[in-house]
Design a protein around this ligand. Structure first.
Ligand code: NOJ
Length: 556
């Protein structure tokens, strides 16, 4: 398999608003990130992906860009950015920027011009249509709720938005638009950044706008639509001029298309798929479906093994905290289940991404009222639920379980009033559990979730089998355990994780016996010892990593 720096790297996602406030305004900033680079080095990651820091009216926290070439004042200045890039590079940390090119803000100059009149030169930068029978051009629903069509009184036409109405979609069919975007991309790459995470990129192509909406899937008519490949290939041509890494956010792309998107000649080096994590899910969390989770992860592993590369993640700024959603955030099981989730995904084949605070096992936020919530989609959902007759408590239960603000509460650095995030009241409340869950404490405790992540990163660095080794799943039918092998010539690792909160029976398989007998326990979350061949039960969320000792194997 071809070796690449981004295959060997571990990434760390920074949500700048909530990472570290350096100037006391309650909002995280670029200098705050710079201050914490040594922490990231201690953890052992190799690159950071920073969520959007461009100029923006912040309707969707930076995903509504009004100027691609400016830094939002809340975050600092371009000089602060340049300094961050320089210092990160001095520490051998690469910097990946967020690239939002499906839409802009409605405050972007292009849209302001576009909205002025039908004959404005920027009119066709966006998607404008006449209404039908006194209503919108079609019945398509936007991802954040409501119609995708917004009526504009001045020009008496509707414009298209996949997300909020303040985020009009660019018209990728217009060559001028593509040219503008590609030159902006080159401008950033010429600055020396190391790549992009490409936002909402599966939405850039739309179906014929007069088709009826698909009944079950919200974005069906504007997600991974036939013909998208020509736009993506043009984009790839720009990327290919640089030695960078690219990761596409690709909702609606399934494993059978993995190679087109993230194969050797795919549009991106890797993509964030959404099959193992429900994005934009609007119901209260159901029971964690372990079988479906395993199937999703394994199907992506097999689809790209030897043919491409995966982006591995358990959390990001759009989903609740993994330890609350898939693990157990009780006092007894939080650390154990956080470690189980770490082990299960960090050693799959692909580049692992850690979302800020995940390395501490940060949990969901006990939001008490909708006033404490900022995310526009959560507010919309809350009001919809109330309109449908749900009580305040019922609606808040849904928000607590599903809101992306769970992941956006300030980073918990220490146990002081605002968790060491800021001197002053932060833009979003700090989780009250900062007194027991915080970086300072976890950095000193050798058995902490932080140290577990540190060990996993180190192990990955020291063992090529954990990077380039092939993937083989064992016990695919098991309803509690996720078991897989990573194999590279003589080197064999075995990962066994109980993803359930119940004890799980384990039976040593013939296949493993054939590989060898001396399986050494390298890492675990229960500090157990004993021979693998005698292992018969795993504790709730127990996770073990074994390595096959070569001498033993050779003598067999
Ligand atoms: C995906 C981003 O991750 C999310 O935060 C944002 O709201 C949408 N794309 C729209 O840009």
């Amino acid at each position: 398999m071809e070796k690449k720096w981004w295959k060997e790297a571990v990434g760390y996602q920074i949500y700048p608003r909530s990472f570290k406030d350096s100037n006391g305004d309650g909002i995280g900033d670029l200098n705050g990130i710079r201050e914490k680079l040594p922490y990231l080095k201690e953890l052992g990651v190799n690159f950071i992906w920073i969520n959007p820091v461009y100029d923006s009216p912040n309707i969707d926290n930076g995903y509504d860009i009004s100027n691609y070439h400016e830094i939002l004042a809340d975050f600092g200045t371009m000089a602060d950015f340049d300094l961050l890039l320089k210092e990160a590079h001095q520490l051998d940390l690469k910097v990946i920027m967020d690239l939002v090119i499906n839409h802009t803000s409605d405050q972007h100059d292009w849209f302001r011009e576009s909205a002025k009149g039908k004959d404005n030169p920027y009119r066709d930068y966006y998607i404008w249509k006449d209404g039908v029978d006194g209503g919108p051009p079609s019945d398509w629903q936007a991802i954040f709720g409501g119609s995708v069509w917004e009526y504009d009184e001045t020009t008496e036409q509707y414009y298209f938005h996949a997300f909020a109405k303040e985020q009009p979609d660019l018209d990728w069919e217009n060559e001028e638009v593509r040219k503008e975007l590609f030159s902006m991309i080159s401008w950033w790459l010429d600055k020396g950044i190391d790549g992009f995470r490409v936002d909402a990129i599966s939405h850039i192509k739309k179906a014929a706008h007069d088709l009826p909406a698909h009944e079950t899937k919200v974005a069906a008519r504007y997600q991974n639509i036939e013909g998208i490949d020509s736009h993506l290939n043009e984009l790839k041509e720009v990327f290919d001029r640089y030695d960078i890494m690219t990761v596409g956010e690709a909702s609606g792309v399934s494993a059978h298309e993995a190679e087109k998107w993230a194969g050797k000649d795919g549009y991106f080096n890797m993509i964030f798929e959404f099959e193992h994590i429900g994005l934009w899910k609007q119901e209260e969390s159901e029971e964690f479906d372990i079988k479906a989770f395993k199937e999703a992860l394994s199907s992506w592993q097999y689809a790209l093994d030897g043919k491409g590369w995966n982006a591995l993640y358990m959390e990001n700024h759009d989903v609740p905290r993994s330890v609350s959603a898939f693990g157990n955030d009780s006092k007894e099981l939080r650390e154990i289940s956080a470690k189980a989730l770490a082990l299960v995904y960090m050693l799959l084949q692909g580049t692992p991404f850690i979302y800020q605070g995940q390395e501490l096992g940060m949990t969901n936020m006990p939001f008490e009222s909708i006033e404490q919530v900022d995310a526009l989609d959560s507010k919309y959902l809350y009001h919809e639920l109330r309109k449908k007759g749900k009580s305040e408590e019922e609606a808040m239960a849904v928000i607590r379980a599903t809101s992306r603000d769970n992941a956006r509460t300030p980073m918990q650095w220490d146990d002081t009033h605002y968790g060491g995030f800021s001197e002053n009241k932060p833009w979003l409340s700090v989780n009250p559990n900062k007194s027991t869950i915080n970086a300072e404490q976890e950095q000193t405790e050798t058995t902490s979730v932080f140290h577990f992540y540190q060990q996993l990163i180190q192990l990955r660095k020291e063992n090529q089998a954990l990077i380039y080794g092939s993937f083989e799943e064992l016990l695919p039918e098991d309803e509690q355990l996720y078991v897989y092998l990573r194999l590279l010539e003589e080197d064999v690792f075995l990962i066994i994780v109980n993803l359930s909160g119940e004890r799980a029976a384990y039976k040593h398989s013939k296949q493993l016996e054939k590989l060898g007998e001396d399986w050494q326990l390298v890492l675990g979350n229960y500090f157990e010892t004993g021979k693998l061949s005698e292992l018969s039960t795993l504790q709730p969320y127990e996770a073990r990593l074994y390595q096959l000792k070569i001498n033993e194997k050779n003598s067999n």
